[in-house]
Design a protein around this ligand. Structure first.
Ligand code: NAP
Ligand code: ZN
Ligand code: ZN
Length: 347
């Protein structure tokens, strides 16, 4: 077994604490990764606070993992010692269903093996995430991080980056398309940068007026502050595509009305309680309401290469793992600029 040092939640109420545990020995297709950096995603907080249910403690969260290959199993062909690599939200999947065969593992029919709060391929061993110093992952679920991307800034791409890249590509954000990004936190600010690199006309729709200047710096063309409810009327029927990244419940009807006829609102935010919807604004203009989950391994690699090519990186606040609990409080208050990343060498 491989000794690992991490930070874990032991129940839904208390602060995260240091935790020593063991990773499996590397099998022939496994890669042993020294974790250098791990981002803090709002999903980590929803999970450990048991806002989504089904939390199995202790949980070592973290699915925005960037590191360096320490060792490889005898049959690994894709990676070598010293490579810069990443691990995102899942570490395996069934590999046999139609989704896995079509390289859409995030929609695996039996459910992928999530990076934490799930089970390894053996169906028994709990998976533990990236708030730790080492991880063992099958090479087919590891991503190559281009050397031009600094590892600390690459980490958030593994969840925040791909979660916005995938719907922006699927719904064809690009020149001539008006795209709205609701909520400019970790996910949202990546959405602004990626949509603008794709050539779309980008508007941030935020409840934090003080983020206006940053939005423009990240490539947004417009900023709508929802503090003033009149903005919903003023901007009615303007957008082809809106992506809702908000981690809390918001009134969806307001946002449906911002879509043009045939426009689509994609929800990626996963608040604790259900979002209520009124069908009228959808029906009256043939609008679509859709969802999207992270992205596949293939698409995540494409996104990393796209970000390297276009020099897109997140805005990060680098912290030590001992600051994780304060960081959680700041994320919940929308007071993160724009992703906390932990330096796992300091664990
Ligand atoms: P985050 O950094 O906390 O950003 C969320 C943003 O939502 C905030 O910065 C804020 O933006 C806005 N917001 C928060 N509370 C609000 C409220 N009460 N009213 C209006 N706006 C509010 O979180 P994140 O890491 O980006 O994650 C966002 C959500 O996506 C979470 O629910 C997470 O679990 C989910 N998620 C989903 C996927 C997927 O695959 N679908 C993947 C990763 C994460 P403004 O200050 O600009 O308003
Ligand atoms: Zn995430
Ligand atoms: Zn599958």
């Amino acid at each position: 077994m491989i000794k690992a040092q991490g930070i874990a939640a032991f129940n839904a109420k208390e602060a995260l604490k240091p935790y020593s545990f063991e990773r499996r020995e590397a099998k022939e297709h496994d890669v042993i990764i020294d974790i250098r950096f791990c981002g803090i995603c709002h999903s980590d907080i929803h999970t450990v606070r048991n806002e989504w249910g089904e939390a199995n403690f202790p949980i070592v969260p973290g699915h925005e993992i960037a590191g360096v290959v320490r060792a490889i199993g005898s049959k690994v062909t894709k990676y070598k010692v010293g490579d810069h690599v990443g691990v995102g939200c899942f570490v395996d999947s069934c590999r046999e269903c139609a989704h896995c065969k079509a390289e859409l593992e995030q929609y695996c029919d039996v459910g992928f093996n999530a990076t934490y709060n799930s089970k390894e391929k053996d169906g028994v061993t709990p998976t533990q995430g990236g708030y730790s110093d080492v991880i063992v992952v099958d090479e087919n679920y590891v991503l190559q991080i281009p050397k031009s991307l600094p590892l600390d800034k690459a980490a958030p791409l593994l969840c925040a980056g791909i979660t916005l890249y995938s719907p922006l590509r699927h719904w064809k954000a690009g020149p001539g398309k008006k795209v709205g990004i609701v909520g400019m936190g970790g996910l949202g600010h990546m959405g602004v940068k990626i949509a603008s690199a794709l050539g779309a006309d980008v508007t941030v729709i935020s409840h934090s007026d003080k983020k206006r200047d940053d939005a423009m710096k990240f490539g947004a063309h417009n900023f709508i502050s929802t503090k003033n409810p009149e903005v919903f009327e003023q901007n009615a029927a303007k957008f082809d595509l809106i992506i809702n990244t908000v981690s809390a419940e918001i009134n969806m009807d307001d946002y449906f009305n911002l879509l043009k006829t045939d426009g689509t609102l994609v929800v990626v935010g996963l608040p604790e309680r259900p979002l209520e919807i009124n069908p009228f604004p959808l029906v009256m203009k043939r609008r679509s309401y859709a969802g999207s989950l992270i992205g596949s391994i293939k698409e995540t690699q494409e996104m990393l290469d796209f970000c390297a090519k276009h020099e897109i990186t997140p805005e990060i606040e680098l912290i030590s793992p001992s600051q994780v609990n304060e960081a959680y409080e700041r994320v919940v208050k929308s007071d993160v600029r724009y992703r906390f990343v932990m330096d796992m060498a300091k664990i």
